[in-house]
Design a protein around this ligand. Sequence first.
Ligand code: ADP
Ligand code: MG
Length: 149
Amino acid sequence: MSVRVFRTESEEETIALGKRLAASLPRSCAVLLIGNLGAGKTTLAKGIVEGLGAAPAEEVSSPTFTLIHEYSPRVFHVDLYRLETAEEAASLGLDELWDREAVTLVEWGERFPELMPPERVEIRIETEGEDRRRIEVRSFLPGPHTFPE
Ligand code: ADP
Ligand code: MG
């Protein structure tokens, strides 16, 4: 397991960090985005999705109501916020996503840890000030993780 902590001072910096993090992800993994409402989970997802070449950042939004966004056959974005039980969450077809060669971003991924795959990166975002965020990236992927500078 490897951990790295980043700090950003604006929405733009968090998007830029997401783009750089995208380059360090394998083709198949889950990225759990963990943090309170307004922490910046969707903002970081914008950068990751753009960095993976799946869609421009401005086309990325929280799949709060649609539950899953597919930006390309290799990039999915899930939001578990509104789901109440693990059964509901499982019925989204998460296991099928883990079987694909795809990166799946999961907002509120810590809600149902039993449904998450071992090949995952956990990103915790904490608010330290109005525009300042502490972003901790923890890789559970096999092998050492190459974090961006
Ligand atoms: P979440 O998905 O965690 O609920 P969002 O990404 O939708 O959060 O919203 C984050 C909010 O915080 C946005 O309004 C954004 O402009 C603001 N913000 C301020 N500073 C930052 C920062 N450093 N990183 C990310 N978002 C920031
Ligand atoms: Mg969100």
